[in-house]
Design a protein around this ligand. Structure first.
Ligand SMILES: [Zn+2]
Length: 281
């Protein structure tokens, strides 16, 4: 992806190097730990617990770049991608409200509760912020075998996709449905929401390319490799040695690739109705 020297976003909150993500309350509010379940582009917002009003994390303090200079390049990259999402979604949606993006290290407090780096990147509808610990990108490359800057751009765009779903009211609807549904049905709804976020990431890639010509050869393949690497089936097989479709919350590798690709190829937000897709019933 062509990103160096391009403008970054002013919506990045840097909370790296702040223990607990800057909240001066011990033990995490109500002991809410989002936990490992939300790993990997997880952050299923519908399940995330909500903090009481008035419990806000502090704004980020200065991060010490001495600590990990490579991370500053990554932080800059994320900022440019976020800015690209602002331009694209600002163009595609009326009165687009830009989300904030919080960079954290190790642990963070969000309006959806506290989270650790193991949570993976997530979006919290309660404060309309995307949360990313940059160590996830190392994991994506090393543990999941999905290197490349566009793999990372896909991750950011997926989380911003959840923000779009929040603005459109989709996540609220899904949450309401999940409250009445059993676990199996609830997981299915989660899959549809996640695949739609993948689709929206693809739509973003399509328009970002049209607007700014940012793609380099191999970029889309990088994103697809990432989508493939973090499908539920593949992860389950790696972590549990077997595949349990009813426990899927994000969709299979094939589904994730399919929806990203569909978004990328059509660039048409109307084509992303994962909730009405017969193959996902
Ligand atoms: Zn997601």
């Amino acid at each position: 992806m062509l990103w160096r020297g391009r403008e970054g976003s002013s919506n990045v909150e840097d909370r790296r190097g702040i223990s607990g993500g800057g909240l001066a309350v011990g033990g995490g509010i109500g002991g809410l730990i989002i936990g490992l379940l939300y790993m990997l582009l997880g952050g299923n917002p519908s399940d995330a617990p909500v903090l009481l009003p008035g419990q806000h994390a502090e704004q980020g303090k200065q991060y010490d770049p001495q600590q990990n200079p490579a991370d500053d390049t990554l932080a800059q990259f994320v900022s440019v991608v976020l800015h690209d999402t602002e331009d694209v979604w600002g163009d595609l949606m009326k009165n687009y409200q830009q989300p904030k993006l919080v960079l954290f290290s190790d642990a963070v407090q969000s309006a959806c509760g506290s989270a650790s780096a193991a949570t993976g990147p997530f979006y919290c509808p309660g404060d309309e912020k995307v949360y990313i610990d940059l160590s996830f990108f190392r994991e994506l490359k090393e543990r999941f075998g999905a290197p490349g800057d566009f793999a990372m751009a896909y991750v950011v765009a997926h989380e911003v996709g959840h923000h779009i779903q929040n603005l459109l009211g989709t996540s609220d609807k899904v949450r309401a449905l999940q409250q009445q549904a059993g676990e199996r049905e609830g997981n299915k709804l989660s899959v549809k929401l996640e695949l739609q976020a993948d689709f929206l990431a693809g739509v973003w890639a399509n328009h970002a390319q049209k607007m700014k010509n940012i793609l380099q050869p191999g970029d889309i393949e990088e994103a697809l490799r990432a989508a493939n690497a973090i499908g539920d089936d593949r992860l389950q097989e790696e972590t549990q040695g077997r595949v349990v479709p009813d426990a899927f919350t994000h969709g299979t590798s094939a589904q994730r690739m399919y929806w990203f690709k569909k978004g990328y190829e059509t660039g048409d937000i109307k084509q992303g109705d994962t909730f009405d897709d017969p193959s996902l019933r």
